[in-house]
Design a protein around this ligand. Structure first.
Ligand SMILES: [Zn+2]
Length: 67
């Protein structure tokens, strides 16, 4: 079981950052809750409970990693 590297782009500062997740884990939950390492923006802090795509970090890249 490997891991997967997802690249997200912050909606607030437009900065990109990588998150590493176990293979098969849904990235969308991370995109909703992971604080941006650049500006510390947390996507759901202004819109808790909404499912509006506009408040999430954008997923801009993906690569599998084999351990
Ligand atoms: Zn940011």
């Amino acid at each position: 079981m490997g891991t997967e590297i997802w690249t997200l782009r912050c909606q607030s500062c437009d900065g990109e950052f990588d998150v590493e997740l176990p293979a098969g884990q849904r990235v969308i939950e991370t995109a909703q809750t992971h604080p941006c390492p650049h500006c510390r923006k947390q996507p759901d802090q202004d819109a808790a409970g909404t499912e509006a795509l506009a408040v999430w970090h954008h997923v801009v890249g993906f690569q599998p990693r084999k351990n």
